[in-house]
Every structure is written in structure tokens, then in C-alpha cells.
Design a protein around this ligand. Structure first.
Ligand code: NAD
Length: 404
């Protein structure tokens, strides 16, 4: 078993007899500074460092790793982490690496053989990266591959925590670009109507956007192909707008499926009506493994009121709006169309804290003995699901979890 054994012992494992005490030396979790463009998040935060230390781990952080999220080197030191000057040193000393984004080729080059890597990996989209990680004889825990349908996995569900933050931030971006109040007001200068917001897709991000826009006082409507979300939309203060076409929208695992041409036509008619009526559209519609459905056409944008705003949260997957430009805010036909792909990162302190907590919950599952040594138990459904490489062998896709 490689994973519970620190680097020094692993290197000579075949030749040197390892004492039980040495084999159970606490592992070192290393947290490098994220290198992807626009990425401000960091994979652990000082308050979580303290908890990891209590779990028996040693923690090291690359100098400056938390700067963009407002966590200074000193706060990490005070929490019990070692701060090391360079990425190369950090990667070289780590038994476990906590990251947010999938590693770049340079970072894979720094990954020491036998290390455990935790972060967003997206194995289906990154086959080459998977091969490279396997070649490093790594064990890779892809937080995006967690079986979210297991209730036990919810505390580790970083996709949900990041989507919730992104939905909130999408509304804030919309409010920032919109020239009026969200809430209706009666003032001495006249009566101001509330803004009307339409949310396309009521998954985790969409529901967060509905709640945020409703709290700001807007009139909120939402649509999703999965009719089962209607009650949740209403409970958050929105109105569920149905497509006038009978078709079940749920695919596998509670996710959406591609709808029939007939449904799509009826949906386009309903969306065209909403586009004429509302001030703000926030789109969140995704189908796992498929390009984002095009729900807002250029013709619909043309009919929107001048000064309206679209926030396209599906911009990274091709966009729900035909006119979206990824990572840009553009004005077309008098409508501001926002295609930022870093919405969670724009709230870096909050998203880093929630992400770090999700990884801490994972660390607890990996280290039930609380001695800083991990056991990637492949008989545990949650751990099996997110283990995409085990000691150099690709173990993705996993078998379906055994649901109770
Ligand atoms: P997602 O980001 O993949 O999709 C966003 C939403 O877009 C979904 O609600 C989807 O139904 C909707 N959509 C897709 N195509 C559409 C279209 N053409 N028109 C309108 N809407 C469309 O999804 P997500 O937010 O990551 O999660 C969605 C599912 O995962 C839900 O069923 C949710 O309950 C489930 N989930 C379960 C758990 C859990 O059980 N612990 C946790 C998180 C999410």
C-alpha cells in the first residue's frame, strides 16, 4: 500500500524494511498557488488548515497561494502551515496535493511519483491528462466525479458549493450591469416597478440565482426541462413557467436529457415571449457530456428591451445564448451579454472557504484514524466514485454506486 506511506519511505520501499511507526508517519498536504488564468481561488484556507492539522496531517502552502482570495502567508503560518517559497519545492515535498483546477502539463511534471492529487479533473474531457497522471503513478481523486446522489457525499460536493456561489454571483453581475433597481419602489419622484428576471435551468446554480434575485426584490420566473424542480422554484420565491409540450425531461442520475425537436420548438416559443417581457435573463442550462443547449437566439436578443442583461452561465460549455462571448461582457442590440466563466472565482474568499471545507470533509473520510494517514477505500461508494486513478491505474469510469 503506497498511499499511507510518506515519500522518504516510498522511494526505497522495495529495498528498505519499513517499521510500522515509519509507515504511519503523518502525510504532508501541499497547496500550490493556482496557475490557471483568472483563477483566484485556493484549495485550502487558514481555518481549514487548523482542522487538517487536528486530523494529524502536516500542511504546506506555496507563498502567495491565498493572496488573490485575501488569505496572507502569515494567516496560514498562524494556523499551523509551513509556507514554502516556490511551486517546485511545494510539489516536491507533498504526499498529497490539494488543488482547485486540473493541473497544467508543467504541474504534472512537478508531481512526484506516488503522490495523491485532489481537485477538479474532469476525466471525460481530459483523457490526455488522465494518461499523464497515470504515468506519474499518482492516485487522483477528482472532486467533480463524486457520486452526488449519495446523501453521505453531500458534505464533499464541491460542484454544488461552487454552483451555488456562481448562481449568486450571476445575479450580482446582472444587477451591476442593469441600470435600475431590482425591487419595486414608491418614491416621491414616482413609482418604480420591480425588475423581471427569467432563469433558464433550475439546477443548483439556477436555484441559487432564483433565491438571490427574489431576495433583491425582483419578480422571478424560471423554467427547467425537469418538471420536478417546480416546487423548489416556488419555495425560493419564483414562478415556474412550463413549456406547453408534454415530455419527461429527466435523464440519468437526476440530470437533464436532450429534448425532442417538438419540445425544443415549443420551448423556443415560450422563451421568445419571456425575452420580450423580462429585463434580465440568467441561463444555467446544461446536459452532462453535451454542448450547452442554445436557448436564447439572436432574434430573441433583438426583441429584448434596451438596457436588458443576459448572464450566460453556460458560456464555458458553448453558451445557452447564441451571442455569448466567453469571458466577455459585450453589448449587442442594446443588451449586455455577460459570459464570464469565473463566477465562483469572483467571490474567491467565499468559494475558497467552501471548497476547502469540502476537501476537509473528504480528508476526514480518507483518514478515519485521525493520524494523518489516508486509506483510499475502494469498497466505499463515495471514494470509489471519485478515485479516477489509483496508484497509476486509471479507474475511471467507476461502476455505478450501490444505492440503498
Ligand atoms: P447542471 O448544471 O448539469 O444543469 C443545470 C440545469 O439545467 C439542470 O437543472 C437541468 O435540468 C437544466 N437544463 C438542462 N437542459 C435544459 C434545457 N434545454 N432547458 C431548460 N433547462 C435545462 O445541473 P446541476 O445543477 O449540477 O444539478 C442538476 C441535478 O443534479 C439535479 O437533479 C440535482 O438535484 C442533482 N443534484 C443532486 C445532488 C444530490 O443528490 N446530493 C446534489 C447536487 C445536484
Amino acid at each position: 500500500m503506497q498511499i499511507g506511506v510518506p515519500a522518504e519511505t516510498q522511494a526505497g520501499e522495495s529495498r528498505v524494511a519499513v517499521t510500522p511507526e515509519a509507515a504511519r508517519r503523518p502525510l504532508l498536504i501541499g497547496v500550490p498557488k493556482e496557475t490557471a488564468a483568472l483563477e483566484k481561488r485556493v484549495a485550502t484556507v487558514p481555518e481549514v488548515v487548523e482542522k487538517l492539522v487536528k486530523l494529524g496531517f502536516r500542511v504546506a502552502v506555496e507563498s502567495g497561494a491565498g493572496d488573490a482570495a485575501n488569505f496572507s502567508d502569515d494567516t496560514y503560518r498562524a494556523a499551523g502551515a509551513q509556507v514554502v517559497p516556490t511551486a517546485a519545492e511545494l510539489w516536491a515535498m507533498s504526499d498529497i496535493v490539494f488543488k482547485v483546477r486540473a493541473p497544467s502539463p508543467q504541474e504534472v511534471g512537478l508531481l512526484r511519483e506516488g503522490t495523491t492529487l485532489v481537485g477538479f479533473i474532469w476525466p471525460a474531457q481530459n483523457p490526455e491528462l488522465m494518461q499523464q497522471l497515470a504515468a506519474r503513478k499518482a492516485t487522483v481523486l477528482a472532486i467533480d466525479s463524486l457520486p452526488r446522489q449519495l446523501s453521505r457525499a453531500q458534505k464533499m460536493d464541491a460542484l454544488t458549493s461552487m454552483a451555488g456561489i456562481s448562481g449568486y454571483r450571476a445575479v450580482i453581475e446582472a444587477a451591476n450591469a442593469f441600470g435600475r433597481f431590482f425591487n419595486g419602489q414608491i418614491t416621491a419622484a414616482g413609482k418604480i416597478p420591480p425588475a423581471k428576471v427569467f432563469i433558464a435551468g433550475a439546477g443548483v446554480a439556477g436555484l441559487a440565482a432564483i433565491g438571490t434575485a427574489a431576495n433583491l426584490g425582483a419578480i422571478v420566473r424560471a423554467n427547467d426541462t425537469r418538471a420536478e424542480v417546480a416546487d423548489q422554484v416556488v419555495s425560493l420565491g419564483g414562478e415556474f413557467v412550463k413549456v406547453d409540450y408534454e415530455e419527461e425531461g429527466s435523464g440519468g442520475g437526476g440530470y437533464a436529457k436532450v429534448m425532442s425537436e417538438g419540445f425544443q420548438q415549443a420551448q423556443r416559443e415560450m422563451y421568445a415571449k419571456q425575452a420580450r417581457e423580462v429585463d434580465i435573463i440568467i441561463t444555467t442550462a446544461l446536459i452532462p457530456g453535451k454542448p450547452a443547449p442554445k436557448l436564447i437566439t439572436a432574434d430573441m436578443v433583438r426583441t429584448m428591451k434596451p438596457g436588458s442583461v443576459i448572464v450566460d452561465m453556460a458560456a464555458e460549455q458553448g453558451g445557452n445564448c447564441e451571442l455569448t462571448e466567453p469571458n466577455q461582457a459585450v453589448v449587442k442590440h442594446g443588451v449586455t451579454i455577460i459570459g464570464y466563466t469565473d463566477l465562483a472565482s469572483r467571490l474567491a474568499k467565499q468559494s475558497s472557504t467552501l471548497y476547502a471545507t469540502n476537501l476537509f470533509r473528504l480528508a476526514e473520510e480518507l483518514c478515519k484514524t485521525k493520524d494523518g494517514v489516508i486509506d483510499v477505500n475502494m469498497d466505499d461508494d463515495a471514494l470509489r466514485g471519485l478515485t479516477v486513478v489509483k496508484e497509476g491505474n486509471i479507474t475511471w469510469p467507476p461502476p455505478p454506486p450501490k444505492l440503498p
